[in-house]
Design a protein around this ligand. Sequence first.
Ligand code: URP
Ligand code: ZN
Ligand code: ZN
Length: 460
Amino acid sequence: MYDVVLKNGLLNLHGNLIKADLAINGEKIVAIGEELEGVQTINVDGQWVFPGAIDVHTHFSLPFGKAISRDNFYTGSVAAAAGGVTSFIDFTAQEGDEGVIDSLKRRRAEADPDVVIDYSLHACINKLTDKVRKQIPMLRGEGVSSLKIFTAYNKIGRMQNDDNLLELMEMCSKYDILLTVHAENGLVIDLLTDRAVAAKKDGIEALNTTRPIFTEVEAIRRVADFAKFTGCKAHIVHISSGQGAIAFAEAASDGAPISGETCPQYLYLNNSLFKENNGHYYSCCPPIREPGESEILWEILGRNYIDVVATDHCPFNKSDKNMWNGSITTLPMGLPGVETMPELVLNGVHKGYLSLERATQLISENPARIFGMYPEKGSLEIGTDADIMVYDPNRVRAIHQKELHMNNDYSVYEGLEVLGKTTMTLLRGKVIFDEKKGFLGEKGSGRFIRRNEPDESFFG
Ligand code: URP
Ligand code: ZN
Ligand code: ZN
């Protein structure tokens, strides 16, 4: 007799749906088979049983301009659980000159008491100081195997120039740390933005004119070239354009050790939304793009080039966005998404853009492998954490803000019809979300995940 048995589900084993029961003892998956018996039986009746989804790009409580992103580690992780996400990776927030271990300790102190699912942090560097240089070699000992930098946002003190990029890549290569990069050409963007402000053309449509697609394409190619030169494994976050995705795929095929990520907003939204009354509610960096770019992104996703879908979850209320005074220079950038990501990707399976195997890799297996958490996370293998998302593939519904758990007051997908819905989420063997009962987990019961090095096979 097992502790818990999920009965009559279709287990998603690498994209193959197998009718079988899944048994859990304590926190681990211990058996897959027929007619298994448990002290607790959960009948999932023909629903799909996935390894829990993993979002490797969230920004909980991120200050941006005059606002702070509306989800904290508690509300954000509850929303994640409601969507079937069982692990996430957020970022440390360097203050002044402090070293990466110091900011890691501070951010963990903020997250540990609040998280309801398991999590890790990318060590984020705004300023490459001597303390940072000294502490990078200690990161792996703290269970952190990724750094994060920006090649944009100079005016808010977050940009790394090429010399720092090269130095950081050399260090990451030496210590087997994955360098995750927000890749845009920040200096060109700043020049175009200054010109737009001077010409009083800095309304929402300036997001596209000041951040033209070539600024993303150029930065992706540059990061890929630096990665190839230094041997550093680099992960390009939030690829927003079809052309950026093509540049990424070409560089990867040409031997650059890079993995790539896109986000649902770039797959589902385009900049015709900027023409609406409140177009600024859709602001993020890089921006949503011209119609036609999403289709290319879907195609490249389906063809196994981009490796991960994450969210860049950074939600603001309408009132936060409304503080912008008509200028993108004072607009908090970012969109909500941690809760809706698994369903939006799986909707791509129903639409014929992705195979089920591919979608499962994108939302669970690949993030676990690339960020050093596999197979404990991102698999249904015997002996690993029983992190599970149960998904009803037949549910037709439209996304509505009032049904979501994220802590902001609008959804960028309001009214969008999707097929399929997350109905239950288990974290290490415990049901933490049930669509009928709501959230059942406990504040602080999420654990910090000590991560290993990135999986070589993505960077060969
Ligand atoms: O608009 C965005 N993406 N806000 C969050 C910060 C970032 O660049 O990822
Ligand atoms: Zn970014
Ligand atoms: Zn981000």
